[in-house]
Design a protein around this ligand. Structure first.
Ligand code: NI
Ligand code: MN
Length: 236
């Protein structure tokens, strides 16, 4: 089956490729734009980009219910295994930036830089925030920048050849529309999907206007979804 991506609202995403399902930043409970509830998702793998509550979200509950593996930075991986959270050690992958692992002999997950904070909801040290490059069984590559400012090394991430870039455009907590257009110019993806906007008043943005700018100023094709909608990534 082809690779497809479902935006679940805010930064929550579901990536499906050849029978594997990857859930990223599953903030569903308490998310005013959530397209599904936490008990409606059954991923094989959960990725957490940083410790903030609007990204860790329901990860612990979903992991414990489904037995999914959870990957994050090392500090968050330790927190997940604490008795309070209780995710089994054999279900946790604790990486660091620049490192990758191969999930289920099918999906490679690499941690990238992100410029942001990462304190966990209970005040624990959540290490440093990250983004993800996923290389899927069909060879397609997806970059989820997660919460970050613009940074010039996005050009290095783009050198790998990004089929779909997923970028925050909300401003206030992350880069805004202007810097997200500059990010597209550095990354040179085939498609770009905006996230992390319109969930809360400070991050209200006009995604359609942003998409027009992407079309006019870059070679990428913008993909604007409503929460709950899918996008199938065409092969090269
Ligand atoms: Ni954050
Ligand atoms: Mn956030």
């Amino acid at each position: 089956m082809a690779t497809r991506v479902r935006w679940l609202g805010h930064s929550a995403l579901l990536v499906e490729s050849e029978g594997r399902s990857v859930l990223i930043d599953p903030f569903l409970t308490g998310n005013p734009s959530a397209a599904v509830s936490a008990d409606e998702v059954s991923p094989n793998l959960i990725l957490i980009s940083h410790g903030h509550g609007d990204h860790v979200g329901d990860a612990v509950a979903i992991a414990k219910r489904t037995g999914a593996t959870v990957a994050s930075n090392y500090e968050i991986s330790l927190w997940l295994q604490e008795p309070q959270q209780g995710v089994p050690a054999e279900k946790v992958q604790g990486l660091q930036h620049g490192g990758s692992f191969l999930f289920d002999n099918a999906v490679r997950v690499k941690l990238t830089l992100a410029f942001h904070g990462s304190a966990l909801p209970d005040g624990s040290n959540g290490g440093n925030p990250c983004g993800f490059v996923l290389t899927l069984p069909d060879g397609l590559r997806i970059y989820d920048a997660a919460d970050t400012a613009l940074f010039g090394d996005m050009a290095l991430i783009g050198e790998a050849g990004i089929d779909l870039a997923i970028l925050p455009i909300g401003d206030y907590y992350t880069m805004g529309p202007e810097d997200a257009v500059r990010a597209v110019k550095l990354l040179k993806p085939r498609f770009v999907l905006p996230i992390h906007y319109n969930t809360f008043p400070p991050i209200t943005q006009d995604a359609a206007a942003w998409a027009e700018r992407v079309k006019a100023e870059t070679s990428a094709q913008p993909v604007v979804l409503q929460p709950g909608e899918w996008f199938t990534v065409e092969g090269r």
